[in-house]
Ligand binder design. Sequence first.
Ligand SMILES: *Cc1c(COP(=O)(O)O)cnc(C)c1O
Length: 403
Amino acid sequence: MPPQRGRHFLQIPGPTNVPDRILRVLNAPTIDHRGPEFNHLASGVLDGLKGIFRTSGPVVIFPASGTGAWEAALVNTLTPGDKVLMFETGQFAILWRDLAERLGLDVDFVPGDWRTGADPETVEERLNEDREHKIKAVCVVHNETSTGVASRIKEIGEAIGRSGHPALFMVDTISSLASIDYRQDEWGVDVTVAGSQKGLMLPPGLAFNGIGEKALKAAKSARLARSYWDWEAMLTMNADGWFPYTPATNLLYGLREAIAMLDEEGLDKVFARHARLGEATRRAVTTWGLEILCRNQAEYSASLTAVMVPEGCDADALRRVILDAFNMSLGNGLGKLKGRVFRIGHLGDFNDLMLAGTLSGVEMGLALAGVPHSKGGVAAALDYLAGTLKAGEVVEMAGRARA
Ligand SMILES: *Cc1c(COP(=O)(O)O)cnc(C)c1O
């Protein structure tokens, strides 16, 4: 393979492009994690995360991939045999379900079509039917990264509230945190599951749990075995700015920088930026005459778009052509979607011209790979991007993202 010049376009929906500012701070000497400089670093990031999670409660950080945060959420709050309600939104929901079953939980898995999100009405019905309060937790993936469908967490939280059911509400925000509006406290979420390598613009390696009061209380009587993931040891040490075991020190340098970048931009602007880039992407896709996997406009993901290829075409062959010809990685179809979709990540450290480059690579790739499509997708996206740049409209979009 000849060497590729210029930047690789990492347009999978996580890990995302790590900004230079973060790469530079990662490259500092590792320090003593029992010394004063570390203490200052840890206190700062533990405090700064609360604003990103929109919670007044603690957020804990594990050296792990996002999967660790899934496990930590369950083992700290539940007891073997507990019933949990989960929703088949796509491949990530299936993986979380499998993990829960391996831990010895009794999962009621509500089937789904992989094209719509978890339904708030179904949540309410299931909880209302459960008069004996056998269900101990409702677990939902906010942004289903395998399908580009974002479940309506606020509405699901309201449905749980209306039911008066005591189940805990746990939400996987691994590919939505710092990309799509999310409010742990306001929306009644008890445990937030997150990871470093998507909206937070960091390399993989950090996993997070945002922990509400009700979850802290549940942890006191939960009997699933836990050691590495134990919140109690972590929270006790974190209270003074320390960790119970060696933290991922250099990633915490990066986290400090990521929090600073998100604060400088403002979370509402971050959400509006993602929403606008998502809309531009969808305009390109529909102009190409290809189908967006997400069926419900109210559930379009602002962090990625999953695109179906026409019958008889292989999405992986298309991705291969695009990688070889243009040095760009797109997301593959996961689970039962293998070969049927490709996914365009438009989250993290990402702007208009990066999207223009990304969509150009896709449009040229469609032609090279012989995938039937109409031209003009990139032009449609550019028209939308230019047309929405008027200052007043950008402000209005920020308002919509807040609403
Ligand atoms: C990426 C992702 C995960 C898995 O995270 P890992 O870091 O690969 O363990 C889980 N859930 C969602 C929604 C994701 O996007």
